[in-house]
Design a protein around this ligand. Structure first.
Ligand SMILES: C[S@@+](CC[C@H](N)C(=O)[O-])C[C@H]1O[C@@H](n2cnc3c(N)ncnc32)[C@H](O)[C@@H]1O
Length: 286
């Protein structure tokens, strides 16, 4: 049986996790710390969660432990083409506009950021959507390489799967239709391997959303979906401010369909399309 977590240990671990990655575990979900960190606790040799906390705070004791805690505590739930509506908006509204602007030499390329990409399904869905758009319309002057897709996550374990482009049956069954599967994945024994062209279209990088965004450059679209829900209200506000700082004028923000952003009006226009919404940064910030 695993070691149980006392109230004080919960508070210590809650504070540690929130400082490291912004995830705020509410008291009623204390069991997440107990269950997700149990294996790590045993492996670390610590005799209690207080001992684990002590090792984490004394960086020299076990250098790889903080990353392992993050890998274990984060929820990496994802699927291909998650929520229907962002893909309608990308295909019908945004891609035609960007392609027109590239052709008119108003922009050399389009930069897209998948800001909490988990195991890669979101950025690869973006790449598939663009590639499909170009192919279905017989477009030859615009290439997938006109679209720079940066995909980041704090979890090294998630990024490892993402970079490998290899998925099991269960992951493939979640959201990928037969056409996309046949076009972009090949079965290799028990796994499905993603087409090299798509792998090359996405650049993965470990990035903690708590860090400075200065090195990232500016983006035309940011997908920041199903990650803010884990953060404190204060960090959600900070995160939205930071995203605004990396969006180009009229850049677009996609949130998860259940994520409510009520105070958008100062910076964004709300665009409704086919039952979904996205936020378009105002051209001139007040
Ligand atoms: C539920 S998944 C969402 C994946 C994808 N965006 C989607 O909507 O399907 C949340 C991801 O956020 C990542 N995450 C949590 N805290 C983070 C942080 N501070 N910085 C970067 N990524 C973080 C987790 O590792 C996890 O992979």
């Amino acid at each position: 049986m695993g070691l149980s977590l006392s109230h004080n240990e919960f508070l210590l671990m809650q504070k540690y996790i929130s400082e490291q990655c912004g995830i705020l575990i509410p008291e009623e979900k204390a069991y997440l710390i107990e269950s997700r960190l149990a294996k790590l606790l045993a492996e670390s040799g610590a005799k209690s969660f207080a001992g684990l906390y002590h090792t984490l705070r004394n960086q020299g004791l076990n250098k790889s432990l903080p990353q392992k805690v993050i890998d274990a505590i984060t929820t990496k739930e994802t699927r291909w083409f998650r929520d229907k509506t962002p893909w309608y908006a990308l295909e019908d509204v945004l891609l035609p506009r960007y392609i027109r602007e590239i052709r008119q030499a108003k922009r050399p390329k389009v930069r897209i950021w998948s800001a909490a990409c988990a195991t890669g399904q979101e950025p690869y869905s973006i790449a598939m959507c663009i590639d499909n758009y170009i192919n279905q319309r017989g477009i030859t002057d615009i290439k997938l390489s006109h679209f720079e897709i940066l995909a980041t996550d704090i979890s090294q374990a998630a990024l490892q799967t993402a970079r490998s482009g290899k998925y099991d049956h269960l992951s493939i069954a979640r959201g990928l239709d037969d056409t996309c599967r046949a076009r972009y994945l090949k079965q290799e024994g028990r796994v499905w391997a993603l087409d090299e062209k798509l792998k090359e279209a996405v650049r993965f990088q470990q990035f903690n959303l708590r860090n400075s965004y200065l090195s990232l450059g500016k983006f035309d679209i940011v997908f920041c979906r199903y990650v803010m829900i884990y953060f404190s209200e204060a960090f959600k506000q900070e995160l939205r401010r930071k995203i605004i700082s990396v969006l180009n004028p009229e850049g677009v923000l996609f949130l998860g369909s259940s994520e409510i952003y009520t105070k958008y009006k100062e910076h964004f226009e709300l665009v409704e399309y086919k039952g979904g919404i996205h936020y378009r940064l105002k051209k001139h910030q007040e």
